[in-house]
Every structure is written in C-alpha cells, then in structure tokens.
Design a protein around this ligand. Structure first.
Ligand code: ZN
Length: 251
C-alpha cells in the first residue's frame, strides 16, 4: 500500500515536479475537475484542458464545459491569460467496450465485486495515458486530475497507488518526466468546496455551484443550494452532503 501522497493537496506553492512548462488538466465539467483547473491556474503559468466524450449517458457535462471555462476566465485577469486551449477527445470506443450505468441505461447498483456499476473499467487509465500523449505534443509536463481516495465510490483507478504507478509507467513508456498531480486525493467533498473558496473566493464557489455538473442522471431542472442535479444519485448525494458540511463549517 502507498504511504506517500502524489501531491500535497491544497498547498498552492509551485510544484517541485515538472520543469514549469505547464499543466494539462483533465476537465469533465464537474465540481472536482473545475476546482482542479482553478488549482492549476494558481500554480502554473500555462494551463490547458482536455475532456473525453466516452459515450456518457448524458452529454450535459460536456455541454457545460465551455461555459465553465469562460466563467473561470471572467474571474481573474491572470487566469484568463494563463488558460489556453481546450481539447475534446472522442473516446466512444470506451462506451462500446464497457457495460456500465454511466454509458448504458442500467440502474445504478452495487456489483458482486463490491464496485458500483458506475465504474467504467480502464477509464482513468485511458484518460491519463491519452492526456500524457497530448501533453507530450503540447510541451506540457504536468497532468492534473481530480481523482480522490477520500470520499470516493471505491473506484480502484482513483487510488493514489494507481496514479503513482501510472505516472511511472507513462514516464517509462514515453521517456518523459511528467508529474501527475491530484490535488483532491486526500480531501473530502466539503474540503473540495473549501479549496474552491480558497482559490477563487465566493465567486468561484458560485461558479462551481451553478455552472458545473456532477449528477449521474444528467438532471438539470431545479437549482438546489448545492447546485443542479437529481439529488438522489450517489454523485448528487456526495455533492449535496459536502456542500452542507462546507456551509456549516463557515457558520
Ligand atoms: Zn443526481
């Protein structure tokens, strides 16, 4: 088992890893990855984003992405200056290979192996490997992802040990010295809301609350205190509970 985290979490000091060339953030349009983009914008002079269309049941998280990026640019002149191009990669082959509640119509449930059927096997491994290939071409030396081991759904590809192993494999396989930074790895959802506040104040919290999308079911009807969503799926429950704890922590 791993004992050392890949990153030092909410620390906003410049990273020791990488040469300072810049960061590529895995950006889905959700709360976590939006917070990761803001985190990267505070640390790196050049930040680009990558997203994947893997045949998600609901394309809404892909639709909110450009609006969230525009919102981040509007929050700070230096963020606007640092935030570079966004790439959307067609990865529908992943949806063809897997049979999960995120890519099909199956009801969300726990499987016999102890993993929820929202787990898409190989997803983060593919995302990070493809992101590394793009970073290689773009001359970026840090990958940033919102993987989290603290408050997560038990996905094995969110584990710090998995990410550290993949970082080693990528650097061996590409003869690079890329760093994979996971600023949320040891944070719970309330601390992720708090991190957004630390990075961008109430304006960033409000952007995350009203513009990002987390709900597994793609529900975007009513705006709840914690944002849009069905309120019942595991992603909404986690987000809502975290927001409540964050707000209670303020008072
Ligand atoms: Zn939901």
């Amino acid at each position: 088992m791993s004992t050392m985290p890949v990153t030092n979490n909410a620390n906003t000091e410049p990273s020791a890893a990488g040469t300072g060339a810049g960061a590529l953030v895995l950006f889905s349009g959700g709360q976590d990855s939006t917070t990761c983009v803001a985190w990267a914008l505070e640390r790196y002079r050049r930040v680009e984003t990558i997203g994947f269309d893997y045949g998600q049941r609901h394309a809404i998280e892909l639709q909110v992405r450009p609006h969230v990026l525009d919102g981040l640019r509007a929050l700070s002149p230096s963020w606007k200056q640092r935030l570079g191009p966004d790439q959307m990669i067609d990865l529908k082959v992943l949806g063809q290979l897997s049979d999960t509640a995120l890519t099909g119509d199956a009801e969300i449930m726990m499987q016999a192996n102890g993993l929820p059927n929202t787990f898409v096997p190989g997803r983060n491994l593919l995302f990070l490997t493809l992101a590394a290939a793009l970073a290689y071409r773009r001359g970026l030396d840090v990958l940033v992802g919102g993987m989290c081991e603290t408050d997560y759904s038990g996905y094995p590809d969110c584990r710090d040990e998995t990410i550290r192993s993949l970082q080693t494999t990528i650097n061996l396989g590409m003869a690079t010295s890329m760093a994979i930074e996971t600023p949320l790895m040891w944070l719970d959802k309330a601390q992720t809301w708090q991190l957004a506040s630390t990075l961008g104040g109430d304006a960033l919290v409000e952007l995350v609350r009203t513009q990002t999308h987390t709900c597994y079911l793609g529900e975007r009807g009513a705006l709840h205190p914690w944002g849009y969503g069905c309120g019942l799926c595991p992603a909404c429950e986690l987000r809502a509970r975290g927001y409540l704890a964050y707000v209670q922590g303020l008072s």
